[in-house]
Design a binder for this molecule. Structure first.
Ligand code: PLP
Length: 366
């Protein structure tokens, strides 16, 4: 009998998402739970996006606009790039997958951080590419070591900034030095899923490099600060030729009509964006100060999540927090065994987390 699954695909493990609130309630018999595990917007979606969904829901018997004309037009105006430089995806995850599918030949090398977003590894293995993993330095990309690893076989370089799971950013000056060393037959994938949260002045404006001779996809999403994770919509900005390559292999209707409408409305809701950013800033100020009081180490972040250092018992603390009704994220999948990742929640959720952490830590010391 012939082999069914391709050998490289058989090796891939399944993605481990954060535990859903419903699952925790069911499994632990807990009534009130908060989820600070998946970097979602705790304020919910923009009310304008919800309105737009309601207004268009009766049209879902029709196929969506395959090209997402209006959403691309709006993004084009907002970003100052041409529509044909924009690619819409079923979440930016889909764009990451299509990039590997369209450009990566078997055996070609892909440079990424170590640890990295597990989905990068998955798409590379699926395309039979070769992972080249460069250890982080001080929880940040080591761009000069990454540049050193470029060879004639390099096809893609994944950079995620602010970086999931550490929250650190790539700085403009370091990026420019790095960019000079990237050959023009290498495609840079600049994943800015959390870019809207970054307030550091040295955060680069990647759009300003689009006109250079370097090839790049700048990836953004409506799943994080825009609060539309459940709808699955994101976009990539790239040179028109690169976009046209992805258009050849995308599913004809890869982004759905409700997502397109909601994204359009969300882009107009500056107020929700501001509130979301303020909630994050205030939440971080509160969490940092409480963790300082507890003497718990953490990595300062430019995103809506951050790492706290627990030590060898991180998994035990994770389990104990679950029993207190607080879902955070373990970092074993990233090889950061002593850490937990916390997403910033609403004030009451942050307080519940701190209370639970105090409870769990004091119990450990008894
Ligand atoms: C959340 C996230 C994304 C975006 O995912 P969507 O598919 O747009 O929901 C992309 N990259 C990283 C690193 C992320 O954490």
């Amino acid at each position: 009998m012939k082999r069914l699954i391709k050998e490289n695909i058989a090796k891939i493990g399944t993605y481990q998402p954060g535990k859903p609130i419903e699952a925790l309630k069911r499994e632990y018999g807990i009534k009130e739970a908060v989820k600070l595990a998946s970097n979602e917007n705790p304020l919910g979606p923009s009310p304008k996006a919800v309105e737009a969904i309601m207004a268009s829901v009766n049209g879902i018997n029709r196929y969506p606009d395959s090209h997402g004309f209006y959403l691309k037009e709006k993004l084009s105006q907002k970003l100052g790039v041409k529509s044909d430089s924009i690619f819409l995806g079923n979440g930016s995850d889909e764009i990451i997958q299509l990039i590997a599918q369209a450009f990566l030949l078997p055996g070609e090398e892909v440079i990424m951080g170590d640890p990295t977003f597990s989905f990068y590894q998955m798409v590379v293995v699926a395309a039979e590419g070769k992972e080249v993993r460069v250890p982080l330095k001080n929880f940040s990309y080591d761009l000069s070591s990454m540049a050193d690893r470029i060879t004639p076989q390099t096809k893609l370089i994944f950079i995620n900034t602010p970086l999931n799971p550490t929250g650190t950013i790539v700085k403009e000056k370091d990026f420019e030095e790095f960019l000079e060393q990237v050959p023009s037959d290498v495609i840079l994938v600049l994943d800015e899923a959390y870019g809207e949260y970054a307030t550091d002045k040295s955060f680069p404006d990647f759009l300003s490099y689009l006109g250079s001779s370097k090839k790049m996809f700048i990836l953004r999403t409506f799943s994080k600060i825009y609060g539309l994770a459940g709808l699955r919509i994101g976009y990539g900005i790239a040179q028109p030729y690169l976009v046209s390559c992805l258009n050849k292999i995308k599913g004809p209707f890869n982004t759905n009509s409700l997502a397109q409408e909601a994204a359009l409305a969300a882009l107009d809701d500056e107020e929700h964006l501001k509130k979301s950013l303020a909630n994050n800033q205030d939440g971080l100020t509160y969490l940092y100060s409480e963790l300082d009081k507890l003497g718990t180490e953490y990595i300062p972040t430019q995103a809506n999540f951050f790492l706290i250092k627990i030590g060898e018992n991180a998994l035990g603390v994770y389990e104990a927090l679950l029993k207190e009704g607080v879902i955070v994220r373990t970092m074993t999948g990233y090889g950061l065994h002593n850490y937990l990742r916390i997403s910033v929640g609403l004030p009451a959720e942050n307080e519940k987390f701190i209370k639970a952490l105090k409870e769990v830590v004091s119990r450990k010391q008894e």
